[in-house]
Design a protein around this ligand. Structure first.
Ligand SMILES: C[S@@+](CC[C@H](N)C(=O)[O-])C[C@H]1O[C@@H](n2cnc3c(N)ncnc32)[C@H](O)[C@@H]1O
Length: 292
């Protein structure tokens, strides 16, 4: 008789996926005395351009939250980044608190909030869950695309759940490695990019903690088009850990040149611009037994 499979510890599995990927990135950066610490400071501008394009088609998380949002609700956005969700949701909520450790990302969020004439967004510069003590509770707590590099994810999720009065929402990629379908990391470093956790890992982990989360999948158009090859190289240089290394830059350039397709409007496009994105949501309080 075949043996029953060993149970999987999804918390441990998550930790190992994240640490293996971080070690690979740190090793690629180490030769240049760079770390992942200032990653978002270096990527803020290109990330903003990317999310602005992505948001044009409508954001699945914004759509999911709005289905349950009441005008009198407050929202906490953990890892708000350049503000794509905070700014889109603020007109429909009483107040939004946008928390992020990166001043560079928050500078763009402030700019966009001001441009949109929004005066109901409070900004907190800090990392979750360390900054939980100085952060007000909210009816709805969201965290979009933040968990991927968080190794110690349970305290993050428990504090998130503990700060929500009504609902918690995560946005996560459903498939991976999503950012590197053309194999740019492989082309530059000669090995495949190690995966990051995706929604399935989060759902399994939440389930292990006694939280039976709901999942909505939406195919989002995330156009990845570039005015020129130079701009495409700059856009990927950070996530592919190219740094100041001329050889790596040349390999990235050659891989992009081979992959990018010219469009009728003169732009260069990466193929495969549709991605399944997951919204994972649950009723607040589901993780408080874990906390106790
Ligand atoms: C991929 S961006 C996502 C930004 C935004 N939520 C979105 O989906 O457009 C990840 C963001 O998480 C932030 N971040 C990283 N670690 C964090 C932590 N421990 N607590 C809160 N935010 C964090 C980064 O500074 C960055 O702005």
């Amino acid at each position: 008789m075949s043996k029953a499979p060993e149970p999987i510890d999804h918390v441990e599995r998550w930790r190992r996926i994240v640490s293996a990927r971080r070690e690979q990135h740190d090793a690629a950066c180490a030769a240049q005395n760079r770390t992942t610490d200032d990653y978002w400071a270096r990527r803020a501008e290109s990330f903003r351009a990317f999310v602005r394009l992505a948001a044009r088609g409508g954001d699945p998380l914004v759509a999911s939250v709005r289905k349950q949002l009441r005008a009198e609700d407050t929202i906490l956005d953990i890892g708000a980044g350049t503000g794509r969700h905070a700014v889109a949701l603020a007109p429909h909520a009483q107040r939004v608190t946008a928390l992020d450790p990166s001043p560079a990302m928050l500078a763009f969020l402030r700019e966009d909030a001001e441009e949109a004439g929004l005066d109901n967004i409070d900004v907190i510069e800090g990392a979750w869950p360390d900054a939980a003590g100085e952060t007000p509770e909210a009816d709805i707590v969201i965290s979009a695309n933040v968990l991927y590099p968080i190794e110690d994810v349970v305290p993050f999720l428990v504090a998130m759940d503990g700060h929500a009065r009504r609902l918690c929402f995560l946005q996560l990629m459903a498939r991976q490695p999503w950012f590197d379908p053309p194999g740019l990391w492989q082309a530059v470093h000669g090995e495949p990019r190690r995966p990051q956790p995706a929604y399935m890992e989060a759902v399994n982990l939440l389930h292990q903690l006694g939280c039976y989360a709901n999942v909505e999948i939406a195919w989002a158009e995330i156009p990845r088009t570039f005015d020129s090859l130079d701009i495409a190289v700059e856009r990927f240089a950070e996530s592919v850990a190219v740094g100041d290394d001329e050889e790596r830059r040349a390999r990235l350039r050659a891989a992009l040149e081979e992959t990018l397709e010219p469009r009728d409007d003169g732009m260069l496009a990466l193929a495969g611009q549709r991605f399944p994105q997951a919204t994972v949501w649950w009723h607040a309080g589901a993780l408080q037994e874990t906390a106790g």
